[in-house]
Design a binder for this molecule. Sequence first.
Ligand code: 13P
Length: 253
Amino acid sequence: MSRKALIAANWKMYKTPAEAQAFVDAFLPMVQGHTRDEIALFPSPVLLPTVIPACKGSHVAVGAQNIHFAEEGAYTGETSIGQLEAVGGTHTLIGHSERRQYFAETDEIVNKKLHTALKHGIVPIVCIGEVLEEREAGKTASVLKTQASGAFAGIASLAPQAIASIVIAYEPVWAIGTGRTATPEIAADAHRIIRAEVEKLLGANVAAAMRILYGGSVKPDNIAKLMAEEEIDGALVGGASLKPDSFTAIVKY
Ligand code: 13P
């Protein structure tokens, strides 16, 4: 089963509109004609009206780092899926570990957000991963299974086309922003555990086709080894995605 790789930039809470525009101006010419991999940018919501028009007509997709599960409502500080759609966003991250850690996002919330994204045809990248204490206590597999089954509750009964759009990002929390990348073997092992759980939840065909990205200190000098693993279907890149040169080097590994 060959899965088209997706290389995604999570800019987190960085960049002004002018900086975002400058990134896109430099980046698009460098990746023009690069169709081996899908490419997506995830800027802060306030940058979407800059980045989406700037990427229009290119093969670079743009999405949100987070959406609320409700269609609309009195949720101060949140972004709705309809607002994302209205500005032309096509993708969203869901359940990033920073959302789980700092904003109390639970598997139940992740699940609600996933249902909302699929209902609207927005491509979801569901993020899961263990923290260091869990890995050291030998709990990685059970944490990944719990997060995957929590995220995918009620998903099996949805239309196959909706289910097929789901992407998973395995981001071990101990590797995020620490410079301590998971070795390709550690990442691939985790991906196998996740894929086996997806097979249980959603069936063998869905599991074989689902893209599982790796995230956590991905850099130009470690991407090739990670991507050499059959199990790794792309990357979700934080720090090294902020500069056009280094993100281009990752995209063109
Ligand atoms: P870093 O690449 O900075 O470790 O961040 C990874 C991440 O959290 C991407 O979502």
